[in-house]
Design a protein around this ligand. Structure first.
Ligand code: SF4
Ligand code: SF4
Length: 266
């Protein structure tokens, strides 16, 4: 993560912001439009020059901050994110698709053989498709807004940090301590797998607090101890294979998990 001073750009203007969408359901961008009454609180602090979802104007050639939603799944998208990185001082990725590969990233498993499982010959439209990956796998990213979909307030907080030139580090703790602070009963003694054991905290264990196990959409915590987590899963007589399958839903392209898969293939 680099230091940025985006409160104004080099010409003393408000930071110029563009929003781009790659392979995604656009749900994270919708989260932002759905909160327009709060969006006005931060709108005056930047100059929104392009928003793919909300405007038909073309993207300008020059800007200061780019917000990217979605995974990289085509050669065109790969070139696009590289070009965005060249221009922008600050890159913010929003949502699981952009941050971990998310739902499009599921296709990364056995990617090379997928098209031929469905088609006799690979359709022309698939010609430019590449193995799905997160934006941070191909360019440097300065700020990440996690979750599927994002939480608007977390987005506003991280955008504010970017606008003020903060070098705020990514949260590294796992979900369980936040879950305990919410006084939630743990799912494991009830015979259910929960991915909060290894998932980055920061949402105050929203799903467990609503009675649902964590699905890992915030991504694998840098402090996750996967071996220890698998031991815990087995100690409750639950399936470690099922734990790994659930973990791969939002983390298929995570190098830590890929390394394990390669090792098990040997
Ligand atoms: S992270 Fe989830 S809500 Fe956001 S674009 Fe991807 S699939 Fe949609
Ligand atoms: S329910 Fe999930 S997040 Fe909460 S303590 Fe148990 S494993 Fe951790």
């Amino acid at each position: 993560m680099t230091d940025h001073t985006c409160a104004s750009n080099t010409e003393g203007q408000l930071p110029r912001v563009v929003v781009a969408g790659l392979a995604s359901c656009f749900g994270c961008q919708l989260q932002i439009t759905n909160q327009e009454q709060y969006l006005t609180d931060i709108l005056g602090r930047f100059d929104l020059q392009y928003w793919q979802l909300a405007s038909s104007d073309p993207m300008p050639e020059d800007f200061d901050i780019v917000i990217i939603e979605g995974a990289v799944t085509t050669e065109e998208a790969l070139e696009q994110v590289k070009a965005l990185r060249e221009v922008a001082d600050t890159v913010i990725t929003i949502g699981a698709c952009a941050n971990t590969g998310g739902i499009p990233g599921i296709a990364a498993a056995g990617y090379a053989s997928r098209a031929s499982e469905v088609y006799d010959s690979v359709p022309e439209a698939c010609g430019t498709m590449i193995e799905p990956c997160a934006v941070s796998d191909v360019i440097a990213v300065d700020f990440q807004v996690p979750c599927c979909p994002i939480d608007f307030y977390e987005f506003a907080q991280i955008l504010s940090a970017a606008l003020m030139g903060s070098n705020r580090a990514r949260r590294s703790t796992t979900m369980c301590n936040e879950c305990k602070r919410q006084e939630n009963p743990c799912f494991y003694p009830q015979g259910e797998i929960c991915l909060g054991l290894v998932t980055s905290g920061g949402c105050m264990a929203r799903c467990p607090s609503l009675g649902r196990p964590c699905m890992g959409c915030r991504g694998l915590s840098p402090k996750a101890n996967l071996d220890s987590a698998r031991e815990s899963v087995a100690s409750y007589n639950l399936s470690v294979e099922e734990f790994d399958r659930k973990l791969s839903i939002f983390n298929q392209t995570n190098a830590v998990l890929s390394a394990k898969d390669e090792a098990s293939d040997d």
